[in-house]
Design a protein around this ligand. Structure first.
Ligand SMILES: NC(=O)c1ccc[n+]([C@@H]2O[C@H](COP(=O)([O-])OP(=O)(O)OC[C@H]3O[C@@H](n4cnc5c(N)ncnc54)[C@H](O)[C@@H]3O)[C@@H](O)[C@H]2O)c1
Ligand SMILES: [Zn+2]
Length: 352
């Protein structure tokens, strides 16, 4: 089993291994005494996963109740948050009780936010069931739901007490879910792990799942430990995301997040090369790695659509926007640029 210690303000471990779900009760017992547990999941997460988790929790002495909300970004909202809080209160969960988030990033973000505010904060455990959740959203303590005005506009920093990642669950994900998470894996490779990048470039995603997830979580953990509240180096995790979000928005979310981020990484890398900031070999390597993961590399939208969408980005601070710029595979820098220069970056990114 890989055990990665996350040195956040409230530290915790991420456990990664095949077959962990059926032992989740025992594993949780090691960090939390038997109590009432609300298992939160959505109706797209295979039911047998919640059944297995519940059986294991019960065997370890926990009293378990399950709540299943409707899948999809449209339900990652205040109404679902309210349903979860009312459910916790109906059990009732007390300060000494626990929330287990079993699902993808939507379940983790929503259940995590509910746990952060219920009784002013009760512990929660993340059990990621998508690759994106395993390598990204389950680690680092960002929780949120969407408002009508935009994604993740209300939330909290609330670290889990434990993250249990069963790679058997990830091994059988369909190609689309796999590709979405793979974009984040490629991102970590470009950010600072050339060996991870090489594994992905060689098409090793399914065959080296445990090692790839471990390397991604190690990198995310290092960055989170350095800048838990996202005021500095944590922004590196936005590689490909400023333009990726713009791509998602430009198409009214026709492209999923990972697909947008993949194209966003291609655009920022191409623009960085055009400006003499990045090694030219990074672009063909990046596009090969993305294609090996089943991800797109061409942008279907025009400059004006991207620019308009990018300017609505909440990460924009006043007159400047911080771009994450690759220098080479395995090395990136943060670069604040005036908003007026963004259109030139987008032009350079689109000019194949
Ligand atoms: N908190 C963070 O740091 C952070 C980081 C990145 C992304 N996010 C958030 O994560 C969300 C995206 O996460 P996601 O990509 O996991 O999406 P998701 O949670 O919507 O999961 C994708 C779909 O797969 C289904 N699913 C989940 N597990 C499955 C399994 N094992 N087999 C088959 N289907 C399964 C879900 O029901 C859903 O329909 C976004 O809302 C994003 O804002 C948060
Ligand atoms: Zn992302």
């Amino acid at each position: 089993m890989s055990t990665i210690h996350i040195a956040a303000g409230r530290p915790y471990d991420v456990l990664i291994e095949a077959g962990l779900l059926k032992q989740c009760g025992q594993l949780i017992r090691e960090v939390h005494a038997p109590c009432s547990v609300a298992v939160v999941t959505d109706d797209g997460v295979p039911t047998h996963l919640a059944d297995t988790a519940e059986a294991s929790l019960k065997q370890a002495g926990f009293a378990v109740q399950r709540i299943v909300f409707r899948q999809g970004e449209a339900h990652k909202n205040l109404e679902t948050l309210s349903d979860l809080l009312e459910f916790f209160a109906s059990i009732p969960l007390t300060r000494g009780d626990l929330v287990v988030a079993l699902g993808g990033g939507i379940v983790g973000d929503t259940a995590g936010f509910a746990a952060s505010s219920y009784l002013r904060g009760i512990p929660f455990v993340q059990v990621p069931t998508t690759l994106l959740a395993a390598v990204d959203s389950s680690v680092g303590g960002k929780t949120a739901v969407n408002l009508q005005a935009g994604k993740n506009l209300t939330g909290a920093f609330w670290q889990p007490s434990l993250v249990i990642c069963d790679t058997d669950i990830l091994a059988v994900l369909n190609d689309d879910l796999m590709a979405d998470g793979a974009a984040e894996c490629v991102k970590y490779g470009v950010l600072g792990d050339a060996e991870l990048f090489a594994m992905l470039e060689q098409g090793g995603l399914r065959s080296s799942m445990k090692e790839i997830v471990t390397r991604c979580v190690e990198m995310k953990g290092r960055i989170v430990a350095e800048d838990e509240h996202d005021t500095g180096s944590r922004q590196l995790l936005n590689l490909g995301h400023t333009l990726g979000h713009a791509i998602e928005r430009a198409g009214n979310f026709a492209l999923t997040h990972g697909h947008g981020v993949a194209i966003g990484m291609v655009l920022i890398t191409r623009a960085a090369i055009a400006r003499g900031l990045c090694e030219a070999s990074a672009l063909p390597r990046l596009t090969n790695a993305l294609k090996a993961c089943g991800l797109p590399v061409e942008c279907p939208y025009k400059r004006e659509q991207l620019l308009e969408a990018a300017l609505r980005d909440k990460k924009r601070q006043g007159g400047s926007i911080t771009l994450v710029v690759p220098k080479a595979i395995g090395s990136t820098v943060l670069m604040p640029v005036p908003v007026e220069e963004l259109s030139a970056w987008i032009d350079d990114g689109l000019n194949a």
